[in-house]
Each structure stands twice: as structure tokens, then as C-alpha cells.
Design a protein around this ligand. Structure first.
Ligand code: HEM
Length: 435
């Protein structure tokens, strides 16, 4: 399956595992904020609850999973590993968790000093991480098709941080708060440059590999990163020049091209999935299918928002991008990576346990690490939570609490599944060295 994977190049299990197990905890935090603020949170995109929950998700959940996955996936997709992986992961993880917690706290209980400390701590984590990844990519032996996309994604994370810092100076009153222009730009780099770009770059490798499909078309793999880089730079340039009808038209054209790029990606993935040669049931592909269908709906909602001028469609599109598209694909990948890693590292433990013991020690299969039943339940809960979230946006008074509870159940279930897989890993390692 992983033909170009080298066991030696793989970082120790604890490197990605600490990120993966932390992510659902921030998800639980976001659901609790939603539960506490209820419908009041949804009245404005600038409400403290909304900003806190958004960042608990985008940084605490999505980015935490993606940071862990990147450290793990780098040797596989670009053939290079991070130097001193344990030390880097330890420092980044500590600063990351403290920084996000402080930022969430600062949104909920605004205080200038809290904002500044959060920026310093979180900023240090991002600078160390982005620097380490970019330096590692310099040493990559081969030019992988995923490399430009990964470079763009991590650079976008850095740009999102810089724009976030400027916004924080706006929040603390040092400079004017350039709303909504700067916030929208910050969102574009974060959601498109960082999240969507990373998902796409990883998709080039993992969709054909795990779902046994033909590869994505060559032109798509080669051109996507430069296409999105050009559009994001154009968007940034437009937003810094003063407003005029011509520029608004140009901005709309850029948005249409971004939407078209996302649509092509979603349709290509669904088309590839139809050509799968994998006969065995594997629910990983359903997470991807759900994600791509959500992405198509996001594009339709965004178009409706532009045509009708009704901001509700825009809100639905934004929320569905995160909780539909990103949540489905990131959760699906997380389950697959954890199951694979536990299996892979246990093979290594078995090898190390010595020849005489190898026949006694039986490594569980990937399906036994995370059963189909538990991932099926998770996908059902996810679909309920997504539907409840949409209902809550349409009728906040009636559905907010139900939606918050659904998300709470979802993140607790995910935590349970990951925790159990890691517990099994620990138990196996102990047994292997005791027999
Ligand atoms: C991947 C990373 C990030 C993503 C995807 C992201 C996304 C977002 C989104 C979607 C909003 C708008 C919320 C809304 O309209 O309801 C927002 C606002 C904001 N973000 Fe981030 N963010 C990220 C990282 C950061 C970081 C690292 C910081 C701080 C250092 C930050 C600071 C802010 C601030 C201060 C606002 C409020 C803007 C305002 O009040 O107008 N963000 N972010």
C-alpha cells in the first residue's frame, strides 16, 4: 500500500499522536461554547462566542490534526522527514495548545494583555512549525507533485497568522479594525490557502492510494497550487487598493475562479471514486464522498449569496465549508491515519521484540484498531450534527441547543475512538516487552 514509505523515516508514534488526541478536546471546547451561548452566538459573525468557537475549530481542531498529519505524511508524500521530530513536536505542541487556549479566552473575555500573550505564544508555535516544514522541504530528494501545494498551505498558515495579528491590533484599539475587508482576507488565506490547499495536496496521494482509484488528472495535480496562489495574491492586492466598481468586479471574478477550482476538485474526486477497484467495504471513502458533496453545496450556496445578495446564503456556505467539507474529510483521514499508524508501529514493535517471540505476538489488523462499526456510527453522528447545524442557522431559537449537543456527542465519540486505539497500542507495546 505505501510503496515509498520507509519505516526508518517515520517519526515516533508519539509525534503525531499528541496532536491527534488534542484535536477533539478543542472540538469539545467549541461545542461547549456553542451550548453556553446558544442562539445568541449566531446573531452576529463578530460575537465573542462565534469568534471563540470558530478559532477553537479552525486552529484547535482542524489545524491541530493537520499539524500532526503533516509531520507524519511528509516522509510519505515528499520523501523527507523532520529533524529531531520529538523535540520539535514537543515544543510546537506545548506552545500551540497554550496559545490557542489563550486566544479563545481573549475572544470570550477581551483583555489587551491576554490577546498579546496569545499572539506571542501561538505565533512562536506557528513560526517554528512553518520554518521546520519549509526547511525540511528544501532537503526533499525528489520533486513530488504534492510539494508546491504543501508549501503554499504552510505559507498560507503563516500569512493567516500575520493577518490575524493585525486584526488583534484592531481588537485592542492600536489600529482601526479593518472590517470586513481584512477579516475576509484572513479567512480566504486560512480557509482556502491553508485548509483547502492542504486537503487537495494530500488528496493527490491518499485518494488513489487508500481508495484504489486511478490518479487525479496530471494537469490538475500540476496546476492547482499555482492557480490558487495566483488567485489569493490577486485577492490580497485588490483588497489593499481603494474601492471602485472595476475592482469589485475583479474581486468577484477571483471569487468565481476560486469557486470553480473547488468545484473541479470535488467533481474529480467523486469521478475517481466511481472508478475504484477496491471491492472490500471501506467507509473511508464515504467520509470523502460526504465531504465532496458538501463542497459542491458550498459553491452553490456561495453563488446564491452573490446572485440574491442574501447574507444568509453566505453564512450557510461558510459554515458548511468548515463543518461539512473540512470536518468530513479531516475526520475520515484522521481515522484512517490513526488505524494505519497503530498497525505500522506495532509491526515495528513486533520486529524489535525478537525472533523467538514473533510468532506469539499478533499485530491487530487496521480494521481491528478502529472497527467499521465505530467509524460508521461516527459518520452517522456527523451527518446529524451537520443537518442540525444548518437548521440552527435557519432557526437559531429552536435548533441551537440541539446542534451544540450533536457536535458535543460527535467530538466525544471521536475522542473515545482515538483514545481506545491509542490505549490498545500502549497495551500491545507493554505486552510485547513483558512476554
Ligand atoms: C488557520 C488559521 C485560521 C483560520 C482558518 C481563521 C479563520 C477566521 C475566520 C473564519 C474568522 C471570521 C469569523 C467570523 O466572521 O465569524 C476569523 C476572525 C479572526 N481571526 Fe482568525 N483564523 C485563523 C487563525 C487566526 C490566528 C492565528 C489569529 C491570531 C493570531 C486569528 C485572529 C483572528 C481575529 C482577531 C479575528 C476577528 C476579526 C474581526 O473581529 O474582524 N486567527 N478568523
Amino acid at each position: 500500500m505505501f510503496t515509498n514509505l520507509s519505516l526508518q523515516q517515520n517519526p515516533p508514534f508519539s509525534v503525531p499522536a499528541r496532536f491527534f488526541i488534542t484535536a477533539p478536546l478543542f472540538g469539545i471546547g467549541a461545542a461547549l461554547v456553542f451550548l453556553f451561548y446558544g442562539s445568541g452566538m449566531l446573531v452576529s459573525r463578530w460575537s465573542p462566542g462565534m469568534l471563540a468557537a470558530t478559532h477553537a475549530l479552525v486552529l484547535g481542531f482542524f489545524a491541530t490534526v493537520m499539524l500532526g498529519a503533516l509531520q507524519q505524511i511528509l516522509p510519505v508524500v515528499v520523501g523527507v522527514s523532520i529533524r529531531h521530530p520529538k523535540r520539535v513536536a514537543g515544543i510546537v505542541h506545548l506552545l500551540w495548545v497554550i496559545g490557542i487556549t489563550l486566544l479563545i479566552g481573549a475572544f470570550l473575555w477581551p483583555a489587551n494583555n491576554l490577546f498579546y500573550i496569545a499572539v506571542i505564544v501561538l505565533g512562536s508555535a506557528i513560526v517554528i512549525f512553518v520554518g521546520t516544514i519549509l526547511m525540511s522541504l528544501q532537503r526533499a530528494p525528489t520533486h513530488s507533485e504534492s510539494m508546491p501545494g504543501i508549501k503554499l498551505a504552510v505559507s498560507s498558515l503563516f500569512i493567516t497568522l500575520v493577518l490575524g495579528v493585525v486584526l488583534i491590533f484592531g481588537h485592542t484599539g492600536v489600529i482601526p479594525l479593518f472590517r470586513p475587508g481584512l477579516t475576509n482576507l484572513h479567512m480566504s488565506w486560512g480557509l482556502i490557502g491553508w485548509i483547502a490547499m492542504l486537503v487537495m495536496s494530500i488528496a493527490w496521494q491518499v485518494v488513489p492510494m487508500f481508495q484504489i482509484t486511478p490518479p487525479y488528472p496530471k494537469w490538475l495535480r500540476k496546476k492547482t497550487a499555482s492557480f490558487f496562489l495566483f488567485l489569493l495574491l490577486a485577492k490580497s492586492l485588490i483588497s489593499f487598493v481603494s474601492d471602485s466598481p472595476v475592482l469589485s468586479l475583479l474581486d468577484l471574478t477571483v471569487d468565481i475562479l476560486i469557486a470553480a477550482g473547488l468545484l473541479v476538485f470535488a467533481l474529480s474526486t467523486l469521478h475517481l471514486q466511481r472508478q475504484t477497484r477496491r471491492k472490500v467495504y471501506d467507509n473511508h471513502r464515504y467520509f470523502w464522498r460526504l465531504s465532496m458533496m458538501n463542497l459542491i453545496i458550498v459553491v452553490i450556496l456561495w453563488a446564491l449569496a452573490e446572485i440574491s445578495g442574501n447574507p444568509l446564503f453566505g453564512l450557510l456556505a461558510g459554515v458548511l465549508f468548515l463543518m461539512g467539507f473540512a470536518m468530513s474529510v479531516v475526520t475520515g483521514m484522521l481515522l484512517k491515519i490513526i488505524a494505519f499508524l497503530v498497525w505500522l508501529h506495532l509491526q515495528k514493535v513486533r520486529e524489535e521484540a525478537g525472533k523467538s517471540l514473533r510468532h506469539i505476538i499478533k499485530v491487530p489488523k487496521m480494521k481491528e484498531v478502529i472497527s467499521s462499526r465505530s467509524s460508521n456510527s461516527l459518520i452517522v453522528i456527523l451527518m446529524f450534527a451537520q443537518a442540525a447545524m444548518l437548521m440552527a442557522l435557519l432557526s437559531p431559537q429552536h435548533f441551537s441547543i440541539a446542534a451544540a449537543l450533536c457536535w458535543l456527542v460527535f467530538f466525544c465519540t471521536l475522542l473515545g475512538i482515538l483514545g481506545y486505539a491509542m490505549f490498545r497500542y500502549q497495551r500491545f507495546v507493554k505486552k510485547a516487552f513483558l512476554v
